[in-house]
Design a protein. Structure first.
Length: 447
């Protein structure tokens, strides 16, 4: 009598593992086998739980199954379905959910296959220090950069890796069971940044699908870092605002990027009505504002080359004026109106220190020029009306900066053409128009 009882899954997986270790071609030979009854290839003839177990078979430290086309395609489809129907009660009848441990193994297996240090169990010893030194998650991302670098030509399978991490982050689970110094969100941020920069891999990266998965998983940080460039930075700042305030993503994008300063102020006045704040406490920057300071220091205050200004056709390059405008608008958004003056004094003091600004002189003249462009000129779309005396049309007034500080800032970059909008610079260079800061009705007159 032939028993129809199914053999132990653990025993079956162990047997398959032994077979796969016998030869480098064994994995392909196994998958090419045909089922005698159905005539289907091996992988499509086995049950779902068997696929889950076999997909994680490791041979000499490599997860060989998930590198095969049919297994990888199946895994991607299962991850896709899981993201589309997350672990919520109303979706339980649609399909069985992927176990956390399987997701963790996919993450570890992808790192192992690329021969990364993190795949060998090495966590960055710098990440915990970075998180304590700065609330900006980009510092933590930078601290794990080296342990994510592939050591072989296979590279990282970003499609599998990001999808698995998105689900774990959505479930608020750690990517590695037990002690790990790297939070799941920090890891997915770093991996998405690598994917966005098109780090070499043998696997074709489906960026459009992964970006959609980031949206479905409600992970704006991951999406921002995947997109990168100017659009990515807009999303990054939007995330800082929407995570703390009652404002829709599209409205936040408009406020930060598309609206005039006056329109921006009107939009934020409405949002600030529902912005809870301890009015009696002294102003201290929030984590989101410290993140903005990091961006300012990285992309604005560090500018040292004339060529870093004004390349409108390049959406990847982060220009200091573009970054500055976004960051200062986001700073204002995250500041309660009752703390605006204190916020301005704190930010002015911080800028003076970073610029080494004293009595109108600074060693960082290009950085001062970028700040003057951002703070003293209205948005540079179309022609500038130099007779417009509406103080709210410039960011410096909106933020509450002292006029003497702005005068010193302008004096520090006096003579640099980078301190004025490009179309006015062209007119100056061709002698078509004459202007001065006094003509603009700017804050310099107030000093």
């Amino acid at each position: 009598v032939v028993s129809t009882k199914r053999p132990s899954l653990g025993l079956f997986v162990a047997l398959v593992g032994t077979i796969l270790e016998s030869s480098t071609d064994a994995t392909r030979v196994l998958l090419d086998l045909l089922d005698e009854e159905s005539g289907m290839p091996f992988w499509f003839s086995i049950e779902e739980d068997t696929r889950l177990a076999l997909s994680l078979v490791s041979v000499h430290g490599k997860y060989v199954m998930i590198q095969e086309p049919e297994v990888r395609a199946w895994a991607l489809e299962r991850l896709k379905r899981e993201i589309e129907y997350p672990s919520k009660h109303q979706y339980h009848h649609i399909h069985s959910h992927l176990p956390d441990e399987w997701l963790r193994e996919i993450v570890s297996g992808t790192f192992c296959n690329a021969e990364t240090e993190i795949g060998l169990g090495v966590d960055s010893t710098n990440v915990s220090n970075a998180s304590h030194e700065s609330p900006c998650y980009r510092e933590a991302m930078r601290s794990i950069k080296d342990v994510l670098i592939p050591k072989n030509r296979c590279g990282l399978d970003f499609d599998l890796l990001i999808a698995a991490l998105l689900i774990l982050a959505y479930r608020r689970k750690e990517w590695r069971e037990g002690a790990t110094t790297i939070p799941t969100q920090i890891l997915i941020n770093a991996v998405c940044e690598m994917a966005g920069k098109r780090v070499e891999s043998k696997f074709i990266f489906d960026s459009a699908t992964v970006l959609r998965q980031c949206a479905l998983a409600e992970n704006i940080q991951a999406a921002a870092l995947l997109v990168g460039g100017k659009n990515g930075l807009i999303l990054e700042c939007v995330d800082l605002i929407t995570s703390k305030m009652d404002i829709e993503i599209k409205d936040a994008e408009t406020a930060l990027f598309a609206a005039t300063v006056n329109e921006f102020k009107d939009m934020m006045d409405v949002v600030h009505q529902n912005f809870e704040c301890d009015r009696e406490s002294r102003f201290t920057p929030s984590d989101g504002q410290f993140h903005l300071l990091w961006l300012l220091e990285e992309h604005v205050l560090s500018v040292v080359k004339y060529g870093e200004f004004d390349s409108p056709r390049n959406t990847e390059k982060l220009e200091p004026v573009f970054v500055g405008r976004l960051c200062f608008r986001a700073w204002y958004s995250l500041t309660h109106p009752t703390h605006l003056l204190e916020s301005a004094k704190w930010l002015e003091s911080w800028l003076r220190k970073k610029l080494e600004l004293s009595d109108g002189t600074s060693s960082k003249r290009l950085a001062c020029a970028a700040l003057v462009r951002v703070l003293l000129w209205v948005d540079e779309a179309g022609q500038l009306d130099l007779g417009d005396n509406d103080d709210d049309s410039i960011l410096a007034t909106l933020l509450g900066f002292d006029s003497r500080f702005m005068a010193e800032l302008a004096h520090a970059c006096c003579g640099l053409i980078q301190s004025i909008p490009p179309h006015l610079a062209d007119e100056v260079m061709t002698g078509m128009n004459h202007f001065s800061f006094e003509a603009s009705g700017s804050l310099l007159n107030a000093s």
